[in-house]
Design a protein around this ligand. Sequence first.
Ligand code: NAD
Ligand code: DAU
Length: 345
Amino acid sequence: MEKILVTGGAGFIGSNFVRVVLRERPEWQVTVIDKLTYAGRLENLAEVQDDSRFRFVQGDICDAKAVAQAMEDCTMVFNFAAESHVDRSLMGDPEHAGAFVQTDVYGVYVLLEEAKRRGIKRFLQVSTDEVYGHVPEGYSLETDPLEPRSPYSASKAGGELIARSYFVSHDMPIITTRGSNTFGPYQYPEKLLPLFVTNALDDLALPMYGDGLQCRDWLFVEDHCRGILLAAEKGEPGEAYNVGGGNERNNREITQTILRLLDKPESLIRRIADRPGHDRRYALNCDKIKALGWQPSHDFEVNMAATVKWYREHEAWWRPLKSDAEYQQYYQRNYQERLKESAAA
Ligand code: NAD
Ligand code: DAU
């Protein structure tokens, strides 16, 4: 029996992870600590809120007192909490980029200190393929240098490095996963897939950055969650594990798939000014996690269709998020000017 702390468990991947764990590890108990930023939603955990094995604490991972209370009696920590959206890290004001450094670096340090004090048996740091930076050809190996290029990916690399230092200096059982672009239910509608699906449902423009030929490796959220769980249970302390879906697609292909599934016209696509410093390609070699017994279990096309269907059927989940004043302000700031100068794709 494990008692695990899941930070950021009200977000997209964290909430899916909680559901996977309660389903597949019935004897485990799960505490979530989440600050409930704009991206953290209690609705994402509605399915488990009455489960006696589940406990929710609202709190900030940068707050040592809140972390100490949440981590009480825990044997394992899974750190999902993060500022996670690249575009927000590029907004240009200190309020935005600063939040990334605060949560994604300092927050990791606060968690590590408490985990050290308690002698936690596993600390799983959830990281990203973006720490490798742009990969023009081939596939990133865990031993490749970290060359992050956005404030988001640099903060995530910083979080990884501080975690690794606690393995080296304090012999703590730290394991890191580097996941690729994840898709599935409950993703906040600022990321490509939920944004384009929900815009298309409303016949709104789909704002595609630059030429749309940037490549990402798409990974279904439950596969990502199982990779994280396996790495924590079977991985070697001090090691990092790539977790990628093996589904390399460019943004144009993903957008065309979405439009086809919704039976909407390609004329909705608008080419807008590119994201600054936009990495053209990420691609992972996942042999190391596969050697532990992990495989993406779902077919990409099937999962894309199921995900698009989920957003179509869960308007009551995403529509209030998109009409929220904070979202509207973000949307206008990031897209309004670019859309005025946009071109048809
Ligand atoms: P998300 O933005 O949907 O969720 C992040 C959660 O963290 C939210 O619930 C938010 O309220 C919470 N949070 C933020 N700051 C906090 C703080 N200071 N204290 C406590 N809680 C806080 O993000 P996501 O897409 O679910 O990503 C989860 C993790 O996975 C992140 O670490 C991200 O870097 C990593 N990751 C994401 C992807 C992806 O494609 N989404 C891929 C690889 C890795
Ligand atoms: O690769 C893993 C990363 O994937 C995670 O670490 C991040 O937390 C997660 O947000 C995601 O980062 P991306 O920047 O790749 O995801 P996003 O959905 O923002 O963008 C996917 C691609 O689509 C990227 O090339 C930028 C492009 N895009 C995105 C948006 C939001 C557009 O063309 N237009 C858009 O409006």
